[in-house]
Ligand binder design. Structure first.
Ligand SMILES: O=C(O)CCC(=O)C(=O)O
Ligand SMILES: [Fe+2]
Length: 768
């Protein structure tokens, strides 16, 4: 029941085409699983769900724990129903069910924690017998203890949670809630209901965990401009679970303003809150249940002890992973490394600065439990002792008890886990950097050493980027167009698979395309000027080839101008395909003519960028230098290109950086006919400096090696031209006299309608 409901959503989702479809990775993933039996399956699932809700009235109410007659409903079922109501545009119902599913999940997590805590002591009396008995009797007492604990937890959960809500939810649902996607649905739902304050807090809650979601960023900006929307409306509804991050930020702030005693308080609270949250997470591992490791064949052929070992290893691994869970900020993919030791490091320094030397010694001793031979910590300890003078009592301060217990328990878990890795084929990713070498089996250390050496090799100056670019492109091929020159290559641009070509457009071609941008912007069709999704100080206008075609059909621009836009894209593709010696065909993935204009009067003291540093096909995480090829990044983009049209503006330089998103490795000044090409992956983080005066126009192009991801809109424009008997690859003579023709296909019409919706809060597909 828990996993059968997703396919039911797919037909609704794809057929309704609502303006702001929350990105359900899981829905898309499940789409592949939809078989020809899907409608039956969907109907069955829906029927089962309705029956469940009918049998258990508490389900629809998402009732809270505490009374046997009103048991807690499964939050995933409520969520599915809420999403169904959303796609059926039943907004009241959607809001009610989505809220209930959020509340039911909160209650479930709280109940599990309570049951865990209530049952900690269950069966302890049996444990006392372990020392007194031997052999098989010993086993029986141990099993008795397990059963007592199990019975206690079962009883506790049954008091409050319906049986259907007790098994773990599917990973899809975990992902949905982990990425706060229910708030994405709620944002639209409340907007539709005219409940703007609630829409704002839902938008804000979602955006905090999805900071690169451009559509939501636009929505938030629109909300900010709405009369009556106050700053207080931007509330994080998940704030309760993120207290330690709030404390972390304020502690850092106190530190930077040298308010040491306030910093001490904030760091202490942050440590406590982090420990509390870790315990909470670990309790969930115990109560929600653990499956066997992946290899089910082994699990089914092995005996009781091996199964028990597999299960306990899974439990330990889940508990260890809480370190990463707690250390990952909302909206980040990776945890902050060494989180707890880092907090202690900050704390002891703040204590020292605030004059609490005894506290500083205690915290430093706690830190030394993680890194017993760290030379900086040891010399700090010496310094603290010296400062304390003869106060031997203070010098002898023991580490904090909870930290000692934490380290001791963690070490024991790691020992068991590494034993499993070495001898039982178990996979375990250690979330900590402080794990002492002696806990890690020698064979594992050996293979890590080899990997590290390989990486170090690669990190040697100059070698680094070239080694890591796996795009398949290989810069340095010929440039097959007369008049085009290579102005900067990899060496000049200080990177890999980057190029600047000049002379790709003539001055008059630049002027024509610039006029096209002006005409499109003032036509009221196509994209209207809207605030840049990247900065409030600039306006953003864009035009695709298909929209240009429509403007031409409506007689607002010349056909030849629309075709020129198309043709110069082809020119760029030919040049870059050859220069980068692309091993496969390159398809257009997305192209638009885009202008960024400084908003006058809003430029004073600007510190932001016109386009923040990013990588085109993955999500860059500068702290870890990782780049995640996953949505909302445009993961299918392989090659990026910018064909510049003018230089009469201030600012607006393109720059490349290192993966830290800070170290600028090359800068390119736009000018008419200059084409910059680069592979879209992690070797090429880039950004655009603020445009502080004038308008900067560019034809931005992205290519993909996968035909599946080619730009269908572009093909639609080509088909329309072909149907008219017009060539689309050659420049045409002017045809300003030809009468405007209506759009040719339903799909074109659809696109136009979409463009009209663009200014609404719920916005359309984001094409940036
Ligand atoms: O306009 C530019 O120079 C760069 C724009 C860009 O990086 C992008 O749109 O992804
Ligand atoms: Fe880019």
């Amino acid at each position: 029941m828990h996993s059968c409901l997703f396919p039911g959503l797919i037909p609704s989702r794809s057929s309704l085409c609502l303006p702001s479809l929350p990105s359900l990775r899981s829905l898309v993933a499940t789409m592949a699983l939809v078989s020809k039996n899907t409608p039956v399956y969907v109907a069955l699932c829906t029927a089962v769900l309705s029956l469940f809700i009918w049998l258990d009235p508490a389900a629809a109410s998402g009732s809270s724990a505490g009374s046997a007659s009103r048991l807690l409903s499964p939050y995933d079922a409520l969520y599915y129903l809420g999403v169904r109501a959303y796609f059926a545009e039943e907004w009241e119902k959607a809001a009610e069910l989505l809220e209930k599913s959020i509340a039911a999940r909160e209650t479930l997590l709280r109940t599990r924690r309570e049951c865990h805590d209530n049952c900690v002591a269950a069966g302890h009396d049996r444990l006392a017998k372990l020392d007194t008995e031997v052999s098989s009797i010993w086993d029986l007492w141990a099993m008795d203890w397990v059963q007592q604990r199990a019975e206690c937890i079962r009883f506790c959960l049954n008091q409050a949670v319906s049986p259907a809500a007790q098994p773990p939810v599917s990973t899809d649902i975990q992902y949905e809630f982990g990425t706060r996607n229910p708030y994405n649905f709620l944002q639209v739902t409340y907007y539709k209901l005219g409940k703007i304050q609630k829409a704002v807090s839902a938008a804000h809650t979602f955006f905090l965990a999805n900071p690169s979601h451009l559509e939501m960023r636009n929505n938030i900006e629109k909300y900010r401009r709405m009369p009556g929307v106050k700053e207080e409306a931007f509330q994080d509804r998940e704030r309760e679970g993120q207290k330690h991050w709030e404390l972390y930020s304020s502690a850092l702030q106190f530190e930077s303003s040298s308010e040491w005693s306030r910093a001490v308080d904030a760091w202490k609270e942050c440590v406590n809150e982090t420990l509390r949250k870790t315990e909470d997470c670990r309790a969930q591992c115990v109560v929600q249940g653990q499956g066997f490791p992946d290899d089910e064949d082994t699990a089914s052929t092995t005996g009781v002890f091996e199964k028990a070992a597999a299960l306990s290893l899974n439990l330990l691994s889940c508990q260890q992973s809480c370190v990463s869970f707690v250390a990952t900020r909302p909206g980040r993919i990776s945890p902050l490394e060494d989180f707890l030791p880092t907090l202690l490091e900050h704390l002891h320094i703040a204590q020292f600065k605030a004059g609490d030397l005894r506290g500083a010694v205690q915290t430093l001793r706690s830190l030394l439990l993680f890194y017993p031979s760290d030379s900086d910590s040891l010399s700090n300890l010496k310094l603290y002792f010296e400062t304390l003078g003869g106060d031997t009592e203070a010098q002898g301060t023991e580490p904090a008890q909870e930290i000692s217990a934490y380290v001791k328990r963690s070490l024991l878990e790691k020992k068991l886990l590494y034993f499993g890795v070495e001898n039982l084929n178990f996979n375990f990713t250690d979330p900590d950097l402080w794990t002492p070498e002696e806990v890690i089996p020698e064979s594992l250390r050996e293979s890590w050493r080899a990997e590290r050496e390989k990486l170090n090799e690669r990190l040697k100056e100059g070698d680094r980027e070239a080694e890591l670019d796996d795009s398949g492109f290989y810069a340095g091929g010929p440039v097959p167009l007369v008049g085009v020159t290579i102005t900067m290559d990899d060496a000049a641009l200080n990177g890999t698979n980057r190029v600047v070509l000049d002379g790709v457009l003539t001055q008059s071609e630049c002027e024509t395309v610039l006029q096209l941008a002006t005409a499109a912007a003032s036509s009221g069709d196509g994209y209207r000027g809207r605030r840049s999704p990247h900065t409030p100080h600039e306006k953003f206008e864009g035009l695709t080839v298909l929209r240009a075609l429509k403007l031409a059909q409506d007689g607002l621009i010349k056909q030849s101008e629309a075709k020129l836009l198309h043709e110069i894209g082809e020119r760029a593709r030919t040049l870059l395909h050859s220069y980068f010696r692309s091993p496969s065909a390159l398809y257009f993935s997305f192209t638009h003519l885009v202008c960024r204009s400084a908003i006058t009067g809003k430029q004073e003291g600007r510190l932001d960028l016109s386009h923040p540093v990013h990588v085109d096909n993955c999500l860059l995480e500068p702290e870890t230098r990782q780049c995640w090829r996953e949505p909302p990044a445009f993961t299918h983009r392989d090659l990026s290109a910018l064909l510049y049209l003018n230089d009469d503006f201030v600012g607006g330089d393109l720059f490349f950086t290192d993966r830290d998103a800070k170290t600028v490795t090359a800068t390119v000044r736009p000018r008419c006919g200059r084409l910059v090409g680069f592979s879209s992956g992690p070797v090429n983080p880039h950004g655009v400096t603020a445009v502080t005066a004038g308008r900067r126009c560019t034809l931005a192009l992205w290519f993909t090696k996968e035909k599946l991801h080619r730009d269908m809109e572009r093909e639609e424009a080509e088909a329309a031209w072909a149907a008219d008997g017009q060539s689309v690859t050659k420049e045409e003579k002017e045809d300003s006299d030809s009468p405007p023709t209506p759009p040719r296909s339903g799909r074109s019409q659809g696109s136009r309608e979409k463009s009209k919706m663009r200014d609404r809060v719920t916005g359309g597909r984001d094409e940036l």
